[in-house]
Design a protein around this ligand. Structure first.
Ligand SMILES: [Zn+2]
Length: 299
């Protein structure tokens, strides 16, 4: 065989550049990996916006995906404490174990809110590491994006330059988007709301909303009639402008209270896929701000 033919043959049998195999625990991290990795990554997202991320079953299909992952991206701060350790251990995949480069704990790169002074489980399902629902502050997304870009470049060094370029472009576009959201959301400052679970704290902190109460009597404990009745009484003295829940929460308690307190019940997507508009991270924040603004317009 002449050299030319041989080279041609090599071209045909050369394997396609392998993509980074990513296992994202929650939709927001799958979406971020997509923004930063583009066509260099293959993403599997373990949960949907309609699932409560605290309570997921470590199904065999999750184990199978974890087994072939190069990188696991999760929230951490105990959010997945009930299922992720089982998935990691039983995957038998050394690359993705905690403290390996193949394990990325998003919440470890931001300042957490509500870190308890002391741990009293009588207070409900309190997260010892602080509130894990960090993704609803877009400034946190930017910080985590910087670290994730570095991680991609580390794991797939041949494409490090491409990841840096992609990450830089994302940061620029994201900064502009944040400025837009902050301008539009200015009238929301001081808006008193009731939330279902303490999963909006970063959004509330970012936009300067006021969280009057939660529908859950304690974190992770479903709303009870007694607690809702107390809340109704409380709202008569100190009214809320909206009862806000996440797409994955039971709609009934929010509706019950909203009807009686005569305020709108608002569903926020909470993460990518939680509403038709929240198709990606930009849509998530566009839609969340728009839906909250509808509460101020309703008064
Ligand atoms: Zn929680």
């Amino acid at each position: 065989m002449n050299k030319f033919l041989f080279a041609l043959l090599l071209l045909y049998v050369a394997p396609v550049q392998a993509k980074l195999n990513i296992f994202a625990c929650e939709p927001e991290w799958g979406a971020l990996a997509q923004e930063l990795g583009a066509d260099r990554v293959d993403i599997y997202t373990a949960t949907t916006a309609l699932q409560n991320p605290h309570y997921i079953e470590a199904r065999p299909s999750l184990l199978a995906k974890a087994r072939r992952a190069d990188l696991v991206i999760c929230t951490g701060a105990e959010l997945e404490a009930g299922w992720l350790p089982i998935v990691l251990t039983q995957s038998g995949n050394a690359k993705i174990q905690a403290s390996s480069p193949g394990f990325f704990e998003a919440s470890s790169f931001v300042v957490k809110l509500e870190v308890p002074q002391s741990l009293d489980r009588a207070q409900g399902d309190v997260h010892a590491a602080g509130n894990p629902h960090v993704h609803l502050d877009p400034h946190n997304i930017a910080k985590i994006a910087t670290k994730l870009t570095e991680r991609f470049a580390q794991l797939d060094a041949a494409n490090a330059g491409a990841y840096q370029a992609q990450g830089g472009a994302f940061q620029e576009k994201w900064r502009d988007a944040i400025a837009g959201w902050e301008a539009r959301a200015a009238p929301l400052k001081g808006l008193p709301i009731v939330t279902y679970h303490k999963d909006m704290s970063y959004l509330i902190n970012w936009l300067g909303l006021i969280e009057l109460a939660n529908l859950e009597p304690k974190p992770g404990v479903p709303p009870t009639t007694g607690h809702l009745t107390d809340l109704l009484e409380q709202l008569e003295k100190k009214p809320a402008k909206a009862i806000v829940r996440s797409a994955y929460n039971n709609p009934k308690p929010a509706q019950w209270l909203a009807e009686r307190a005569r305020v709108p019940a608002i569903v926020l997507p909470f993460t990518v896929g939680g509403s038709e508009q929240a198709r990606n991270l930009y849509g998530l924040f566009d839609d969340s701000v728009a839906r909250l603004l509808s509460a101020t317009n309703a008064q």
